[in-house]
Design a protein around this ligand. Sequence first.
Ligand SMILES: CC(C)(COP(=O)(O)OP(=O)(O)OC[C@H]1O[C@@H](n2cnc3c(N)ncnc32)[C@H](O)[C@@H]1OP(=O)(O)O)[C@@H](O)C(=O)NCCC(=O)NCCS
Length: 125
Amino acid sequence: MPTDKELVLKVIPMPGDSNANGDIFGGWVMAQVDLAGSVIPARIAKGRIATVAVNQFIFKQAVKIGDLLSFFAEVERIGTTSVTVKVEVYAQRMRQPEQTIKVTEANLTYVAIDMEGKPRPLPKA
Ligand SMILES: CC(C)(COP(=O)(O)OP(=O)(O)OC[C@H]1O[C@@H](n2cnc3c(N)ncnc32)[C@H](O)[C@@H]1OP(=O)(O)O)[C@@H](O)C(=O)NCCC(=O)NCCS
């Protein structure tokens, strides 16, 4: 697992998160990645943010019920109102916790918004 990226979320998918194959539904993984990806932008924006784009999303390996998922994030770009992050998801299988497998990687952009939902400049660091 990466040591140079921030661990922003850990979660274990349950049977209710599965698809017809018995693996984890991709939409559930996408929702977790959206939440995980928002952690650093929310900290930088110091207020409301909205996801404006999922620039890339790759399901490299299936996620299984009971996997321990670790979500790592890093900033790729800070703009005037937006923050773009890369998210990597690693799984430790329930019966093989010594093995770590990269299951997903994604790139998302979040925009700082005001109370009317309009873009606002990011605050100075
Ligand atoms: C987010 C939102 C407020 C942005 O409004 P907008 O009028 O499109 O904003 P702008 O064109 O001024 O762009 C704002 C920033 O977003 C970036 N952006 C806009 N569209 C983008 C896209 N498709 N991909 C990547 N970045 C994008 C711009 O580059 C800009 O960044 P910068 O200021 O750092 O240079 C508006 O699109 C919105 O409300 N979208 C819905 C958000 C939402 O509901 N998300 C949850 C999905 S269920």
